[in-house]
Design a protein around this ligand. Structure first.
Ligand code: IFM
Length: 443
């Protein structure tokens, strides 16, 4: 068989590919109708949230690294029109946001109809800009009354969440395209029940395990309630969660301990929630931020220790390893559930924006390849539209495409906002952006 040479014509294996490899000067096109957006959550951007468990937590000295409570945050409660103008002006066609449970239900069983109307206006503002809406029902903050009863450890919590999810689904069924019941259940467990740096500040694996069970039941209950409320109005709800997916790698390639621990960590962290809620995901939502090189440290019996190594690799401002390649593997792995996939969050803390354009493009290049390799990816939501309150870190971590001056509430788009706009507008990655990846990059 002659060695392949361009002048020999297209070999069979190339024409059998679903689409030919684009020319270097072509835009790397994403599927028609792909959603390009950004994500936020109520407590992190709205400001003035005085009725949830985070409000009380932030007041206690030592809980927030920079000592600052969320206060007015980005004041998006009042500035959403301006912020959505920015998003739409940067060619984003979708937005993910969350609804604040403690505003809608400030007391057990009492709906605050002024707040219900407020969120209707917020969602309508997105629709007026022709944006698809993903609404998160619960993004880490519990109403104070529920926290006082024991939060997710209280036996009645799942029932209350079912009621809340059904209520908001009935109210906003005409305005929401994708429902996300729970944001990052595993992160919540780690922060709130293992390391104890978030409310309720517990450090107990056993209690974390029980809350894991409650969150699985809560998702199943909300899944049913949202479908019931939306589907009876003649629409078919699309309901899922946003799962923080970590790509793991054994630190020592030939260490059986490291390999087995990676297998175990992947099962527990990335998949267990989907396994216990099987059949109740219309789409798979993944948040991608982390790549862990895991070194297993044998210790006392029944205790497992491991170290995460970064070995001077490139990291974000908060020390998280930047590993755009990992998203390719995460997407192909999540494709096993045979559901549409949305990247519900991805981004980095990078105040001077020196890394964000390059990491964004490199990540989307991997998404592009994952789609060509068969992953059914339908949308990408960058975290975040603008700088916001980063939980126990306070305001120091800057995740925004748009910078916020908290003293004046002035918004200033970073260079990455323009780069992302070019991508959203082209529904793909224009070849001109390749220069951000360095000279001679071929893909
Ligand atoms: O800010 C958080 C968000 O609330 C959940 N996902 C990760 C983001 C960055 O840490």
């Amino acid at each position: 068989m002659p060695e392949h040479h361009p002048s020999h014509g297209t070999p069979e294996y190339v024409s059998a590919l679903p689409t030919a490899r684009p020319h270097i000067h072509e835009t790397r096109k994403f599927p028609e109708g792909f959603l390009w957006g950004t994500a936020t959550s109520s407590h992190q951007v709205e400001g003035g949230n005085g009725k949830n468990d985070w409000h009380d937590w932030e007041m206690i000295p030592g809980h927030i690294v920079d000592g600052q409570p969320s206060g007015a945050a980005c004041d998006q409660y009042h500035r959403y029109e301006q912020d959505f103008d920015l998003a739409a002006g940067f060619h984003q066609n979708a937005h993910r946001l969350s609804i604040e449970w403690s505003r809608i239900e400030p007391e057990d069983g009492r709906w605050d109809m002024d707040e219900v109307m407020h969120y209707r206006r917020v969602l309508e503002a997105l629709k007026r800009r022709n944006m698809k809406v993903m609404l998160t029902v619960w993004h880490f903050t519990l109403p104070g009354w529920l926290a006082a009863k024991g939060g997710w450890e209280w036996r009645g919590a799942v029932g209350r969440f079912r009621r809340f999810a059904g209520f908001v689904a009935g109210e906003y069924s005409d305005l929401v395209d994708l429902w996300c019941t729970i944001n990052e259940p595993m992160v919540y467990l780690g922060q709130s029940y293992q390391s104890g740096v978030w409310p309720p500040g517990v450090k107990s694996n056993w209690r974390a395990f029980r809350v894991f069970g409650a969150l699985c039941r809560a998702h199943r209950a909300a899944y049913g309630a949202i479908h019931k409320a939306v589907d009876r109005q003649g629409r078919r709800a699309q309901v899922g969660i946003a799962q923080n997916v970590i790509t793991f790698e054994p630190y020592r390639k030939h260490s059986l301990n490291d390999i087995l621990f990676v297998w175990f960590a992947d099962k527990i962290f990335n998949h267990q929630f989907f396994i216990w809620t099987k059949g109740q995901h219309d789409y798979i939502g993944i948040n991608y931020y982390f790549h862990y090189r895991i070194k297993y440290i044998p210790s006392k019996i029944f205790q497992v220790f491991f170290e995460v190594h970064t070995e001077n690799r490139e990291t974000s401002d908060v020390g998280w390893e930047l590993n755009p390649q990992g998203i390719f593997e995460a997407l192909l792995d999540m494709n096993r559930y045979r559901r549409p996939i949305y990247i519900t969050e991805n981004g980095l803390a990078n105040a001077d924006d020196g890394k964000r354009p390059r990491i964004l493009i490199a990540t989307l290049k991997e998404v592009y390849h994952a789609i060509r390799a068969g992953a059914d990816v339908r949308g990408y939501f960058h975290w975040s539209l603008l700088d916001n309150y980063e939980w126990e870190r306070g305001f120091a971590a800057r995740f925004g495409l748009i910078a916020v001056d908290y003293a004046t509430q002035k918004r200033t788009p970073r260079r990455s906002a323009h780069v992302y706009a070019d991508i959203c507008k082209a529904n793909g990655i224009p070849h001109t952006l390749l220069r951000f990846l360095g000279h001679g990059v071929r893909w």
